[in-house]
Design a protein around this ligand. Structure first.
Ligand code: GLY
Ligand code: MN
Ligand code: MN
Length: 444
């Protein structure tokens, strides 16, 4: 934490009070006496003794910023100080998790254990009275995760409302990401390959694959048309026309998720399209306000992007008609965004209430990840894009609407792959807070 950020002691104390109050209610809903959260246990690859990268249970890192403490546990019992059962094995093969230190430690009763199995004696005796959150492989003798739906529904829904502490973490995650994006852009301008741009990004972020909240998407030219392109070509293309980078950063368990697209030619046709999408994206971000339906914002984005397609000569129909005919979905085939927080694709994007239920996506929009109405405290991404994807364009060519498309213009843009611009935006009581734009501005 650098010094320009607020003292985390009071922020964390408030955060923890909020979590305790939520846990109390969740236990009432489920009829349990204790909430027990397993950090998780690393899983080995098939027929191998090498584990997959460890990803901590997001419920665990909600309570404290320990993301590398496998086989540790948290126990919340209403009215009591939360207990942390913390494994520090006697192990000379692996790094032993750091001793608890920092702003959060005073808020827990901490018991250090040396073997994973020792946790059992420190956990509540009667497993049947416990809501135990975790993966099946975290089970101890007679004490297995049960993940009660009533409890999870309540906690997941409430997790959408970030505490001031969480927003502080996400501001830092955004700053790390923005700094690394600048390094990646410099590498692109210097003619680097995707592989070397990725190295430049990780070096600037001071994070490698296992630290980052998701695998970096770094695509030059046509590769930008593969939505989750992760191949990282070692050689640069003979001529770079465009560069799309979707890469975030982690801080104390919280994610940022940032996409930028650059044109090699700063005065060319693709730059004009990038600028148009960027301006539209800022308009969508401005609508991240309490009471705004997210799926309606997604449909609004389709209309605006459809109008951009018309203005830039790709189609001859209005954005509204292009949406109705399914044409915008050829060029914008993913959702406008998703909730973000402890997970890059955070939970409860479809949840109807804190007791469960699902809010359906609008018909014809199968990839939208957020159907709720925005409320203060929610953080969502806003990530419109326009792509030239061979497979989807071939399908469109078979449709009646194909006659409304200027195929020569479309073909001329295939070499750029596509554009996406993505920010992480906080819904507040008033104007939205754009974590990503603020982070870039702070670098300038
Ligand atoms: N980086 C994945 C996404 O934008 O959702
Ligand atoms: Mn995203
Ligand atoms: Mn992204």
């Amino acid at each position: 934490m650098d010094t320009q950020h607020p003292d985390l002691h009071p922020l964390f104390a408030d955060h923890l009070r909020t979590l305790q109050a939520r846990a109390d209610k969740a236990l009432l809903r489920g009829g349990f006496d204790h909430l027990v959260v397993a950090a998780g246990r690393p899983a080995n690859q098939f027929l191998d003794d090498r584990p997959y990268p460890f990803a901590v249970n997001p419920h665990f890192k909600h309570w404290l910023p320990a993301t590398k403490a496998p086989d540790s546990w948290i126990v919340h019992t209403p009215g009591r100080k939360p207990k942390l059962i913390y494994l520090q094995p006697h192990d000379y093969w692996h790094v032993v998790p750091d001793s608890p230190a920092g702003y959060w430690v005073e808020h827990f009763d901490i018991a250090i254990i040396r073997e994973a199995d020792e946790a059992r004696a420190l956990l509540p005796g009667d497993a049947a009275r416990c809501a135990i959150l975790g993966e099946a492989n975290a089970a101890l003798d007679g004490f297995a995760p049960n993940n009660p739906p009533d409890v999870l529904n309540y906690l997941h829904y409430q997790r959408s409302y970030k505490t001031p502490y969480e927003l502080a973490m996400m501001r830092v995650a955004s700053k790390i990401g923005a700094r690394a994006h600048r390094a990646a852009e410099r590498a692109f301008r210097a003619g680097a390959s995707e592989f070397d741009i990725n190295i430049a990004y990780m070096e600037a972020a001071r994070q490698t694959d296992n630290d980052l909240p998701y695998g970096n998407i770094i695509g030059l030219n046509e590769h930008a048309a593969v939505l989750h392109y992760m191949d990282l070509a070692h050689a640069p293309p003979a001529q770079a026309h465009s560069f799309l980078i979707d890469a975030g950063a982690s801080f104390h368990g919280y994610a940022s998720d940032i996409t930028r697209t650059y044109a090699a030619d700063s005065a060319g046709e693709f730059r004009a399209l990038v600028d148009a999408v960027d301006a539209a994206q800022q308009g969508f971000c401005a609508r991240v306000r309490a009471g705004q339906s997210y799926p309606e914002l997604h449909l609004h984005a389709h209309r605006v992007l459809g109008d951009i397609l018309k203005e830039h000569g790709f189609i001859r129909m209005s954005g509204e008609s292009a949406l109705e005919a399914g044409v915008t979905s050829t060029f914008f085939p993913h959702g406008l965004g998703h909730p973000i927080g402890l997970q890059v694709h955070d939970v409860a994007g479809f949840q109807a209430s804190d007791s469960g239920g699902t809010i359906a996506r609008p018909p014809g929009h199968p990839y939208l990840r957020m159907t709720r109405v925005l409320e203060p405290g929610m953080v969502v991404t806003i990530e419109p894009g326009l792509y030239f994807i061979d497979m989807l364009l071939a399908r469109l060519k078979e449709q009646p609407a194909a006659k409304e498309v200027d195929w020569a213009r479309v073909d001329a843009f295939r070499r750029y792959g596509g554009v996406r611009i993505e920010d992480d935006v906080v819904c507040t009581e008033g104007d939205p807070e754009n974590l990503t734009r603020d982070a870039f501005a702070a670098l300038a």
